[in-house]
Design a protein around this ligand. Structure first.
Ligand SMILES: O=P(O)(O)OC[C@H]1O[C@H](OP(=O)(O)OP(=O)(O)O)[C@H](O)[C@@H]1O
Ligand SMILES: Nc1ncnc2[nH]cnc12
Length: 177
């Protein structure tokens, strides 16, 4: 049986001009609630102490999943935005667009022994997730895994990063535009 979250995510997902548009999933209150519940589901009894999200789509989903799991949110910023205090930085390997992202995490956001879950809308190369894992570990935190709406990564990456997903890229409608 198709899960509620999976059905609604597929219903709202669109290709626009050749680009994936997940924003319409977030625009629908029922789909947003179901997706947030679906992302949190596999980790409800996992002892997660913080949820991490990468700017920008990961901020929206990560904060919502953090509320769902009753924990706080850890931001990973990209680019130039103001981000006060002592930070760790990582230049990711090339991501799905071939860009090496400069990722930043506030050092005080992850304490030793914390169990951190990464929430995102999509994983493809896993480069950004892998860079985030490295920063969490540098803070003394533990990696709980990664939960996404769309999984487009390889089996090896999926296993290495502990990826759970609501849908796989193969389930998406054919790309348009
Ligand atoms: O697995 P990877 O190849 O590393 O890619 C994954 C990342 O790519 C997307 O973000 P994007 O950089 O498009 O930014 P956005 O959220 O601001 O749209 C997505 O939200 C993930 O964070
Ligand atoms: N193909 C893709 N479309 C949108 N976001 C992505 N993140 C990783 N791969 C993506």
């Amino acid at each position: 049986m198709m899960s509620h979250a999976r059905g609604l995510a597929l219903e709202r997902f669109r290709w626009i001009g050749g680009h994936a548009d997940v924003w319409q999933i977030f625009r629908d209150p029922g789909a947003l609630a179901a997706v947030v519940g679906g992302l949190a589901g596999p980790f409800r009894d996992d002892g997660v102490t913080a949820v991490c999200g990468i700017e920008s789509r990961g901020f929206l989903l990560g904060a919502a999943v953090a509320v769902e799991l009753g924990v706080g949110f850890v931001a990973v910023r990209k680019g130039e935005g103001i981000f006060p205090g002592e930070k760790l930085t990582r230049r990711s390997d090339p991501d799905y667009r071939g860009t090496r992202q400069e990722l930043r995490l506030q050092r005080a956001a992850v304490g030793p022994g914390e169990r951190v879950l990464l929430v995102d809308d999509w994983i493809e190369t896993g480069s950004q997730a892998s860079a985030v894992r490295s920063m969490i570990k540098q803070c003394g935190g533990h990696w709980a895994g990664c939960t996404v709406i769309v999984d487009q990564t390889t089996p090896a990456r999926r296993a290495d990063l502990g990826v759970r997903s609501i849908i796989t890229a193969a389930e998406l409608p054919a790309r348009e535009g």
